[in-house]
Write a protein that binds this ligand. Structure first.
Ligand SMILES: *Cc1c(COP(=O)(O)O)cnc(C)c1O
Length: 439
């Protein structure tokens, strides 16, 4: 029997107790043993996010006229982001529900801009292969053809290959700061210069780095130029719910001018329900997400973000050095922040991932090349030594010929052997079907 709505409800306390018990099997992110999905900035910040979110849980960002509070907070969040990214007063933007929505809005804006200004009717989107799948999703949703370019041996976008792939239909060229897989910032200056030369919009995906790199730079870390200081960069996406430490459902997308941003908006004046004007993809926009982002930025301030970036950079340096010191393992490329991957020429890293799983560590698996992925947050400072000890022991055990515990290694081995990954689509659709079978 599948679940139906209970005929009579139960007391709030009983429901909450059940809800809390559901946490049982979830990833234990607070102890630093997971490496993505959650960006934990400490209990005090978590409490502030809950309070701020709760305060605006009912308010709806769809109508800034009804809720000037949300309009003020959103404008201030966008403004703080614009100044962090060295935009001038002309930079305009909106908040969105996350990186995917920010990216979708930039793709839509670039498509509509090119249609209007250049008459492009068969739009193409040009990305390095390391760009986030949100671009593929945007292409899928918006009827845009996506073209993937190669990366160079140092894992950065190959600008010569991007240039080779530009056509008169190209509406957008993308660089990431940094791309998720290896954390190595693309050559944004060269990508933006190519875009300018071809008269094409350039978007920088700083979903991951947007609220980290400005602080890393202030701490003296070498950070190649990626923001509005680079001529030709027209738009930037940056996630508040990653290294901005906001509650989930918060990102920004910024444009060099308000005229570019207009191509993001949707309006319809012919509805019986009244005049409709929606800034981004969602209709109703949760006020809580806006309020929590505003609250954490004002609470942490530059000093708070700098302190967290310092912790992340220190843990990252320690972990990268420790990994490179383990026989057979090496960090891939030269990552710029707390995001990196490591691979091996002698060990099966998927088996290594399974061995680490058995010790409670959750490392994401990557492909081409096979690698394990780390995304360092302040929660990892306490566990960096333990991580390296476990990793060293697991690697030594595999090197000695001991079998790894059962896990996903067999599946990744199989997938790795498939040349044409579009063949994976049916498998992945079945996976989703299975995942969302009714309870
Ligand atoms: C996380 C991420 C995205 C997508 O963001 P969501 O918030 O998951 O939708 C896009 N680009 C990069 C580089 C990311 O790390």
């Amino acid at each position: 029997m599948s679940t139906t709505l209970p005929t009579t409800g139960r007391p709030a306390a009983a429901v909450l107790a059940d809800l809390r018990a559901l946490h049982g099997d979830d990833a234990k992110w607070k102890d630093g043993k997971t490496f993505s999905l959650v960006y934990f900035a400490g209990d005090e910040v978590s409490q502030l996010l809950k309070d701020a979110y709760g305060e605006f849980i009912a308010e709806n960002g769809l109508s800034p006229v009804a809720f000037p509070s949300l309009r003020k907070m959103e404008c201030e969040v966008v403004s703080m982001a614009a100044s962090l990214f060295h935009g001038d007063d002309g930079v305009a933007g909106t908040m969105t529900s996350g990186g995917t929505e920010s990216i979708m809005m930039a793709v839509k804006a670039a498509r509509d801009f090119a249609r209007k200004e250049r008459g492009v009717t068969a739009p193409e989107l040009l990305v390095p292969c390391t760009a986030h799948p949100a671009f593929d999703k945007a292409a899928h949703y918006f009827g845009v053809k996506i073209v993937h370019a190669k990366t160079r041996p140092d894992l950065r976008a190959d600008v010569a290959d991007l240039e080779r792939l530009v056509t008169p239909n190209t509406v957008l060229i993308v660089g990431s700061a940094p791309p998720y897989p290896h954390g190595v910032i693309d050559p944004i200056e060269d990508i933006a210069a190519l875009a300018q030369k071809k008269g094409v919009w350039c978007h920088v995906d700083a979903c991951l780095g947007g609220f980290f790199l400005p602080f890393a730079e202030k701490l003296g870390q070498p950070v190649p130029p990626w923001d509005f200081r680079v001529p030709g960069v027209n738009s930037i996406s940056a996630d508040l719910h990653k290294y901005g430490y906001a509650a989930k459902g918060a990102s920004v997308v910024l444009y060099r001018t308000a005229a570019l941003r207009r191509h993001q908006f949707f309006t319809w004046g012919g509805w019986n329900g009244g005049l409709y004007a929606s800034p981004s993809f969602c209709g109703t926009r949760p006020g809580g997400a806006i309020a929590a982002a505003w609250a954490v930025m004002n609470h942490l301030g530059e000093a708070g973000y700098l302190a967290r970036a310092k912790s992340v950079l220190a843990s990252t340096a320690k972990m990268k050095a420790g990994i490179n010191a383990i026989p057979g393992l090496r960090v891939l490329g030269e990552p710029h922040m707390g995001v990196f991957a490591f691979g091996s020429d002698s060990l099966n890293v998927y088996e290594l991932g399974d061995a680490m799983d058995a010790r409670g560590w959750k490392l994401d698996r990557q492909m081409d090349p096979p690698a394990l992925h780390c995304m360092i947050t302040p929660a990892h400072e306490r566990v960096a030594d333990l991580f390296l000890k476990d990793l060293k022991e697991c690697a030594a055990s595999l090197a000695a010929g001991h079998p790894a515990p059962d896990g996903s290694a067999a599946m990744y081995g199989m997938v790795g052997a498939i040349g044409d990954r579009t063949q994976m689509n049916e498998f992945l659709l079945d996976f989703l079907d299975g995942l969302f079978e009714r309870g």
